[in-house]
Design a binder for this molecule. Structure first.
Ligand code: GLU
Length: 317
C-alpha cells in the first residue's frame, strides 16, 4: 500500500507554465521518493475558462517533464451526482444558504480597504434572508450563490511546507460559495466543495499545491468536518513570482512549458531549476528521487524563474 497519496489537479484552462511545473514537479518528486501514490484528476468545473485542446496539452506537458502518475481518476464534471449529494447534505444541515447579491452589490459592500492579496469577507447580507435557497434565485430571477456559513473560529493545522497555520475563514472571505442554484432549480457545485468530495473519493490524504490556496485549506477543513470526510494533510509550496515579486503571469513573459520546449529549453533544464528552487543540487529526476525529498530545505520565500527564460512581456496583457 502507498505510504500516502497525493494528486495532480490541473484545470484545463490553459497550458502549464513554470509555476505549475514547479508545484507538480515538487509533488511528484516527494511522492516518488517516499513510495507514495499520485493520481491525476483533471478539474474541469470552471466551464467558462476551459480552453479547447488544453487537456491534450496538459498530458503532453506532464509527459515531457516525466511526471508519471499511478492512475487517472474520473474527470471532475463526470462526478456531478456525488457533488450534488454533498451540496444537498450541507443544505439539509442548515449550513448553506442562498445568496442573491450581485457582483455589484458585493463590490459596493467590500469597498473598505483590506489586506493586499486577501479576500474581504462576504458581509453576510443574505444570511437568514431567504426561507430556502430557491427563494434567493426567485427573488431576483438570477442564479443564486450557495454559501457555506463560515462561523468565526480559527482553523489550526501544520502545513508540511508553509509551517503552522492559524486561519479564521470568517475573517478571510467569510461565507464562501460552494455552488450555484438556477431559477429552474438546477444546481452546480463550486470548486471548494468538489475538491473535498473528490479528494475523499480518490483516496487523497496529502494535498500538495501552490500557496495561493493556503486560505482555502481552512475552508476545505470546515467542509470535510461538516460532511464527515477524512481530513487531509496539506503542503502549500511557495509561489513562483516574476522579478517584480508578483505572481508569475503573462506580464512576465511566456513561461509556458510548450513555449520553452519550442525555444529549445530541455526538460532537464526545467528540472535543474525545480531542484534549485527546492533547495537541492540539480540532478536527473530519477536521481532526485533516489536522494530523497527534504521539505525543510524548500525555502519559504517565493521562487523566481531564470531571467533568460522570460521572453519580453507580451504587450497588452
Ligand atoms: N484545479 C486547481 C488549479 O489548477 C487546483 C486546485 C487544488 O489543488 O485544490 O488551480
Amino acid at each position: 500500500m502507498a505510504a500516502w497519496t497525493t494528486r495532480f489537479a490541473p484545470s484545463p484552462t490553459g497550458a502549464l507554465h513554470l509555476g505549475n511545473a514547479r508545484t507538480l514537479g515538487l509533488a511528484w518528486w516527494w511522492a516518488r521518493a517516499e513510495g507514495a501514490g499520485v493520481v491525476l484528476r483533471i478539474e474541469d468545473l470552471d466551464h467558462p475558462r476551459k480552453k479547447a485542446g488544453a487537456i491534450e496539452q496538459l498530458r503532453e506537458d506532464l509527459a515531457w517533464l516525466g511526471l508519471d502518475y499511478d492512475r487517472e481518476t474520473p474527470i471532475q464534471t463526470s462526478r456531478l451526482e456525488r457533488h450534488l449529494a454533498a451540496l444537498d447534505a450541507l443544505v439539509a444541515l442548515g449550513l448553506v444558504y442562498g445568496c442573491a447579491c450581485s457582483r455589484k452589490d458585493l463590490e459596493e459592500a467590500q469597498s473598505a480597504p483590506h489586506e493586499i492579496g486577501d479576500e474581504p469577507p462576504y458581509p453576510g447580507t443574505c444570511r437568514g434572508r431567504f426561507a430556502t435557497p430557491r427563494d434567493a434565485a426567485l427573488a431576483t430571477g438570477r442564479p443564486a450563490a450557495l454559501r457555506f456559513l463560515a462561523a468565526p473560529g480559527v482553523e489550526r493545522f501544520d502545513d508540511l511546507l508553509a509551517g503552522p497555520q492559524e486561519i479564521d475563514p470568517a475573517l478571510h472571505g467569510g461565507d464562501f460559495v460552494v455552488g450555484r442554484l438556477d431559477v429552474d432549480g438546477a444546481r452546480r457545485p463550486a470548486y471548494q466543495l468538489a475538491v473535498v468530495v473528490d479528494d475523499a473519493d480518490d483516496g487523497v490524504d496529502r494535498v500538495i499545491r501552490g500557496a495561493d490556496l493556503l486560505r482555502s485549506a481552512a475552508r476545505q477543513r470546515r467542509l470535510q468536518r461538516a460532511l464527515g470526510l477524512p481530513p487531509t494533510t496539506y503542503a502549500h509550496a511557495p509561489l513562483v513570482v516574476g522579478r517584480d515579486g508578483r505572481r508569475l503571469a503573462k506580464r512576465h513573459g511566456d513561461t509556458r512549458l510548450a513555449s520553452l520546449r519550442a525555444r529549445g529549453i530541455s526538460a532537464q533544464a526545467v528540472w535543474d531549476w525545480i531542484a534549485r528552487s527546492c533547495g537541492a543540487a540539480p540532478a536527473a529526476p530519477a536521481d532526485l528521487v533516489r536522494r530523497g525529498f527534504r521539505p525543510d530545505a524548500v525555502p519559504r520565500e517565493p521562487a523566481t524563474p531564470p531571467e533568460a527564460w522570460a521572453e519580453p512581456p507580451q504587450r497588452g496583457l
